[in-house]
Design a protein around this ligand. Sequence first.
Ligand code: HEC
Ligand code: HEC
Ligand code: HEC
Ligand code: HEC
Length: 476
Amino acid sequence: MIPTGFRTSCVPPLALAWTFRRRPGLLACLLLCAALLLGVRAEAGQDTAVQGTAGQGAAVPALQIVAFGDLRGELLPCGCSPEGQLGGLPRRETYWNGLLKRIPSGGDPPVLVDLGNNFPAPSAQGALKLDAIQGFLGKMPVAAILPGPNELQMGFAALAPGLPYTVTNNDVPGAFAPSQSVVRNGQRVLVLGYLSPSLVYQGSQDRFRLVPLDLALLSRYESLARQAPQRTLLLFRGDDRELDIFARSGLFAAIVAGNPSGDELTAVSERRAGGAAIPQVPTKGMGAVVLTLGAAPFARVDQLTDKFPDGPEALAALKIYDGRVKALFFEQLAGREARAQDSPYSGAAACQDCHAPEYAIWQASSHPQALRGLDKVGKQFDPECLECHVAGFNRAGFVSAGSTPHLAGVQCESCHGPGRAHVADSVTAKMAAVGTGTSQPGEATCRTCHRGAHSPTFAFSAYWPRILHGARTAGR
Ligand code: HEC
Ligand code: HEC
Ligand code: HEC
Ligand code: HEC
């Protein structure tokens, strides 16, 4: 069951019609002026294929577009909870191959595009993900990738040169392709990209320069769009005002936006601009936007559930990634060991004598088994997983299963804070609960781990009674 909080689920077919005939607001007025200046025939929206009336009479054949993006480093669902386990590159492989199989013989494949923001936050482990992500994209017939802030913060050198990174609003020649073009069913399809400069820190050393949306830039899009009338697609990442301008420009057969949210439980897969519904790719690579343009245009979101088995090629690539992560774990072992020399952690056994009832409850729960859960899926060396499955990882606590077995799993100290001082002097040394700013753990403590897709059904009122202990527990 998908919890109701999951708003990324199915979007009804979108009516992608522009509504230029609506009472124009101030912005619309400005834009119509802009459009007039530019000679864009926006007034009746006749230039836009999404409206479904474009090329009436001259029957525009259906064109299918499949858009991914916002992977945000999530190579594979973590497996923490049966609910909300969506996405992952191996399923994407199977999903795409399934789409290809459904194409009638002689037909062209869909246009595959990517909204970027696929890279994780910068870290040693994040760097290992770049290879896996870009290697995967390199094997797919991706027509264009709009790099996102996540890509650009890694530095230009991190972008694999073979991939079709595309930004139309960039002023440094050669940095990115300004457009990509593919032929589908005998017709040229043009893909343009807009990445708002407001989303990217640009230094003077950067090898690219993103320019903001103004009339001059809009005319750049217009002259490119002329190369593929009714078949120009815009990959967009920016704010509502910018999206509105593009949506009202009438230049594009369709616009697909990147997802501004990194919270999979609240992210939405549709946004309104210029009177139209603009689809947004599901965040964390959890699904695809599929657009069909032509006589009866529609958009839908397909979620990558376990209905799509893991594809073998991507899975093999992730095995290589896992191997590198394990190597990283051991490279960093000495550093962790040094930092844990004077560890503030004790482990639950040190609490048992004085807090026997609490200990018994803890031991009967699944918290002490949390590292074993990782063992079962071969992720016991993955720092990103250890963060929540052991005590004090990278914080002078857990070093490795071999040298700190007493800190494996979720410990008393994962919630109550490091306790060695309290063990030594239980009367005066108070513990500092995790995540609360007080000495008493509470819901905020749980949510440091029970969050997002790691625990989508978490509710303090339902979970706490299952591990209820301590004196002041009534009513909590
Ligand atoms: C943000 C904290 C967090 C991170 C990071 C995390 N987990 Fe979890 N994991 C949890 C929580 C919380 C649960 C329990 C979920 C529940 O029951 O609601 C869990 C449960 C699990 C379970 C189920 C255990 C069982 O026996 O049923 C597995 C397997 C698991 N996680 C694997 C992973 C892997 C693999 C990773 C890294 C890719 C990972 N986790 C990263 C918090 C996390
Ligand atoms: C030598 C006995 C002893 C040991 C060992 C011990 N405690 Fe305590 N603990 C106490 C006493 C005594 C109190 C104070 C009880 C009171 O004030 O009513 C206490 C209080 C607490 C409290 C209440 C909040 C606070 O800080 O006052 C928590 C939580 C707690 N202990 C957790 C732990 C944990 C976790 C461990 C193991 C890391 C541990 N204790 C080890 C004796 C011990
Ligand atoms: C998953 C988080 C978590 C774990 C693990 C955990 N506790 Fe607690 N503990 C809590 C919460 C929440 C409370 C309730 C605090 C309150 O009532 O304000 C609590 C209460 C307590 C209290 C009573 C504090 C008081 O002032 O009344 C003691 C003592 C205690 N825990 C000891 C332990 C010991 C010992 C362990 C390990 C054997 C342990 N806890 C494991 C979250 C945890
Ligand atoms: C340090 C991370 C962390 C914190 C903090 C944490 N948990 Fe957990 N919790 C986990 C993990 C990981 C699991 C899964 C363990 C396993 O099965 O391997 C889990 C499992 C559980 C389960 C069992 C779920 C099931 O279906 O078996 C309950 C209940 C639970 N946690 C309650 C809480 C409560 C209540 C709090 C806060 C007072 C809390 N947890 C704080 C990481 C954490």
